[in-house]
Design a protein around this ligand. Structure first.
Ligand code: UGA
Length: 448
């Protein structure tokens, strides 16, 4: 099928590249003309595992192209995936102006009927509004079908998640739209593509379930899923605080809890809390949506509050251990909001760095991917490619992102470089016992 993708951010680019790799003809566009030029000349503007290789193979097969001419992109596809940003407004609700803008462009530029698919995360009822404005802007001259197809892609493993979904949710209001979306996803659901993750030998016969729902339900499924995962993380974080007071080990507790399939072991890792461009904004938008229809989603407010307090808890540990922060050389290991991404949006590490700088510390930071983006925000920080260089002369190492290379760091070597053998671990990467054996003063969450 011919597919247009509007918006070449994390979601749009991964969606476009994966649909092209699955055999569709895809044209992508973005208002960021630099990004389009970069993509046209063979570049990959974001760090995402396997994205470079599938873009290269789709380019070679001439199944993907990039244009800054939105009209051309709109006319190209039978289906148009809207993958534009829906950032939070000051009151926490989602800013849907980019969606509205795209709707106006689609109505103005389309010359044939289109299936318009919202992929961006939006509050429930957006699809209904989108349908209404498409009809209004086009003065009823063309037929637009609207569908919601939320994404469940984690940054860092987005390509793998796209090719191996647990579920593909399509919210529609007519069976034809469901049929078109089934056709779009059939290579993926029926495993008829060359998998870049398993080199074509994927385990199992089929992928996840294809779920057809109403448009409102599909939109709710997305917000409900992200908010629930955020809730789980905050739950584990409060447990960690409790474990510290009582003298228990949060990992023993969450591991045992997670063995109950009704609970599940994932997203129960205590630490600095959740960041990124999804959970913090989605939980806010969901609270706002609920309030707008008179439902008080109190537990989500608590989850959000707990998450904000994680930074305070972490800095309490830093202050307690260091006594005086001003003037101290501190190595910050990890800037990205989580491992395997260069994304620093709402990253807990950034808030930590900001507060340390405010206190007068000398911050020496390192991250395998996120330094170029962070440099623009904190020019006063010293950045080091090599974590051991960041640790040189440091009064403390602060672990802010769970990168594998930090998990495997040689602390014997680091001990010889540091001014003081102090590690404050915001991601519980190391065994307290082992760090003690190495002679470190070691603080983490829920395991003292
Ligand atoms: C999240 C969801 O997991 C995806 O399903 C969803 O599609 C995506 O948002 C989205 O809405 O686009 P993502 O933001 O990439 O994906 O990151 P996650 O892997 O979910 O992690 C979110 C945050 O929670 C990170 O800061 C991570 O460090 C933190 N986290 C995660 C914890 O603190 N503890 C945990 O146990 C798990």
């Amino acid at each position: 099928m011919r597919i247009s993708v509007i918006g070449c951010g994390y979601v749009g680019l991964v969606t476009g590249a994966c649909l092209a790799e699955a055999g569709h003809d895809v044209m992508c566009t973005d208002i960021d003309t630099d990004r389009i030029s970069q993509l046209q000349s063979g570049g990959v503007p974001i760090y995402e595992e396997h994205l470079g290789e599938i873009l290269a193979s789709s380019r070679k097969a001439r199944r993907i192209s990039f244009t800054s001419d939105t009209g051309e992109a709109i006319r190209f596809g039978d289906a148009i995936f809207i993958c534009v940003g829906t950032p939070p407004k000051d009151d926490g609700s989602a800013d849907l102006s980019a969606i509205d803008h795209v709707a106006q462009q689609i109505a103005a530029e389309a010359r044939s009927p289109k299936l318009v698919v919202e992929k961006s995360t939006v509050p429930a009822r957006t699809g209904l509004e989108l349908k209404r404005v498409l009809d209004a802007y086009s003065r009823g001259e063309l037929r637009f079908r609207v569908a919601s197809n939320p994404e469940f892609l984690r940054e860092g493993t987005a390509v793998g998640d796209f090719f191996h979904p647990d579920r593909v949710v399509v919210g529609v209001d007519d069976p034809e739209a469901a049929g078109q979306l089934r056709e779009i996803y059939s290579p993926i659901l029926d495993r008829k593509f060359h998998c870049p993750i398993h080199r074509g030998r994927c385990p199992g016969e089929r992928n996840g379930e294809f779920l057809v729902t109403t448009i409102n339900s599909a939109e709710l499924i997305k917000h409900a899923s992200n908010s629930f995962l955020a809730l789980k993380i905050s739950y584990a974080n409060v447990l960690a605080d409790l474990c510290e007071k009582i003298g228990a080990n949060v990992e023993e507790v969450t591991h045992a809890m997670g063995l109950d399939p009704r609970i599940g072991g994932q997203f129960l890792k205590a630490g600095l809390g959740f960041g990124g461009f999804c959970f913090p904004k989605d939980i806010q938008a969901f609270i706002h949506l609920a309030a707008s229809v008179g439902v008080d989603f109190d537990i989500l407010k608590a989850a959000e509050r707990v998450n904000k307090q994680r930074i305070d808890r972490f800095l309490d540990k830093v202050n307690k251990a260091l006594w005086v922060v001003k003037g101290k050389r501190l190595a910050v290991l990890g800037l990205a909001f989580k491992a395997n991404t260069d994304d620093i949006r709402f990253a807990p590490a950034l808030e930590v760095v900001k507060r340390l700088l405010d206190e007068g510390a000398q911050v020496h930071a390192t991250d395998p991917e996120a330094m170029p983006r962070t440099k623009k925000i904190f020019p006063q920080v010293s950045f080091h490619e090599d974590p051991y260089e960041a640790l040189q002369g440091a009064h403390a190492a602060l672990i802010c992102t769970e990168w594998e290379i930090y998990r495997r760091l040689d602390w014997d070597r680091a001990a010889k470089l540091m001014a003081r053998k102090l590690v404050i671990d915001g991601r519980n990467l190391y065994s307290p016992q082992r760090m003690k054996e190495l002679g470190f003063e070691y603080h983490s969450f829920g395991r003292e």
